[in-house]
Design a protein around this ligand. Structure first.
Ligand SMILES: [Zn+2]
Length: 478
């Protein structure tokens, strides 16, 4: 059984997981993919509803590649399982294109959330660290959210990171460096000018938090209180700026529930920075370097399971935030653009914590299920699930495939965790991208899943930046 149940009684009867292993098997009947599952509901085919969408829910799984997905799928659903978005009719692989800041004609082969987010949000291939601005020139480029707002649609951002973090920022803000999140981050140091061109005193738009505070985005839900609780260049707190601009500020799940009335703009700051993850390894289980016996034999890492994070706190889940957002946006006659990010797949992979990233992938799946239930009621809704870049974790054989052929010990050079999966298997996950305590992004292509009007161009091998045009055309945005 999953340690943390959905914890939310949904008006759309969203019940993502049951206590039994789903063991979904997929068969094709009359050209339609049908999920035959124990405990997983089958869904009617959606996606033939024309090419123009009124609403878009764009999910970003941060750091999701095929390997990160497979790790989470194996653990949660079994090796033959499927996440709900993996049953979508339209799927593609997206090339992650990034360029050098110093020479934008030269490729960089590993991206980050800023360059990946800018490609998706604004359709521009840029350099790492840039938020909706062009490499080299710094020119601002319009985003899907801005174009949707300009067309009269309501807008929203939901994330488990700080809402000033790179992925959410690329949809709303424009700045040269992703780390200029609050006014304090803008101040130059003796060795780093930071973001001088973006200071208001120099005619710039200010830090990311300052830009969000006056963005007019209808709902901003995530972490990042510490980036708003700072004085701007005029000595006024960014929180006050946000209130003056019409935002109601809430700090926990109870506050969000009580805000079900109608402030037209809501700023939910449910943590100082990144929100606490849902899952951790039992008994502190995480990936660790391999130990050898005195005689030089490999010691098998003790297997562990994933359990609820005791420090989860009072923040709403990603599923709850997504449901809250869709409930608020449901009656909007002009439609809406909503971006939902599951951020800590990336952050927990950096930390070599497989349970953290699996729990966050589960949160993504639960949130997508909420959107699918919404789409069943509102078929004029396009759902797209994308990723910004690849990450570090790999499933490796344990013991090594070559253990019988060599006399010396055989084991991965990085860190390894062995997980006891919910279907009773043992899965070894290796992190070996850096000797530093943090793991690296990787340069692979990433998966895309889409369902609903306008989803058909999501097929084959596309560029990440093509997603901008696909969503723009689906919403018929000028
Ligand atoms: Zn990262």
């Amino acid at each position: 059984m999953y340690p943390r149940g959905p914890g939310l009684s949904s008006r759309w009867n969203v019940n993502p997981y049951t206590g039994t292993m789903p063991r979904a098997s997929i068969v094709t009947v009359c050209g339609a993919v049908v999920a035959l599952a124990l405990g997983v509901e089958t869904r009617p085919a959606i996606g033939q509803a024309g090419t123009t969408a009124r609403n878009v829910v764009l999910f970003v799984g941060d750091g999701v590649d095929d390997h990160q997905l497979t790790i989470a799928r194996n653990y949660l659903l079994g090796a033959d399982g499927m996440f709900v978005f993996e049953t979508f009719e339209h799927q593609a692989a997206a090339k992650v294109l990034t360029v050098l800041e110093e020479d934008p004609h030269v490729p960089e082969y590993v991206g980050d959330s800023a360059s990946g987010g800018t490609a998706i949000a604004a359709g521009v291939v840029t350099s790492r660290g840039r938020i909706a601005t062009r490499a080299g020139t710094g020119e601002s480029v319009p985003t899907l959210l801005e174009l949707a707002a300009g067309a009269g649609k309501r807008t929203g951002i939901v994330t488990t990171s700080s809402i000033t973090d790179a992925t959410p920022a690329t949809f709303v803000a424009h700045i040269g460096r992703r780390f200029c999140e609050g006014p304090r981050d803008m101040l130059p140091t003796p060795t780093d000018p930071r973001c001088p061109q973006d200071l208001k005193a120099n005619g710039g738009p200010g830090s990311i938090a300052e830009q969000l505070a006056v963005s007019g985005v209808g709902l901003l839900l995530g972490g990042g209180y510490e980036h708003f609780d700072q004085p701007d260049e005029a000595g006024v707190s960014v929180l006050r700026r946000a209130r003056e601009a019409g935002y109601l500020i809430v700090r926990d799940a109870a506050g969000l529930r009580e805000a079900a009335g109608d402030p037209s703009q809501i700023l939910g700051l449910f943590g100082d920075d990144t929100l606490a993850v849902e899952w951790v390894g039992e008994n502190g289980g995480r990936a660790r370097p391999i130990q050898l016996t005195v005689g030089g034999q490999v010691i098998d890492p003790a297997p562990f399971r994933c359990v609820d994070n005791p420090r989860f706190g009072s923040r709403p889940t990603l599923e709850a935030m997504t449901l809250w957002a869709l409930t608020r946006l449901e009656s909007t006659p002009t439609g809406f653009f909503l971006m939902v990010e599951s951020a800590s797949i990336d952050k927990q992979a950096h930390a070599g914590n497989p349970c953290g990233q699996i729990g966050e992938t589960r949160a993504l799946d639960q949130a997508v299920r909420v959107a699918v239930a919404f789409q069943e009621r509102h078929p004029e809704t396009l759902i797209v699930v994308v990723s910004d870049h690849g990450h570090s974790a790999q499933i490796v054989p344990w013991p090594s495939l070559f253990v019988a052929r060599r006399s010396e010990p055989q084991y991965p050079p990085g860190k390894v965790a062995r997980l006891r999966t919910l279907e009773g298997g043992l899965m070894a996950v290796s992190y070996g991208t850096n000797t530093h305590y943090l793991e690296e992004h990787t340069g692979t292509q990433v998966p895309v899943f889409a369902q609903g009007p306008g989803a058909a161009p999501v097929r084959g091998l596309i560029r990440q930046s093509d997603l901008f045009g696909i969503v723009r055309r689906a919403l018929a945005l000028e």
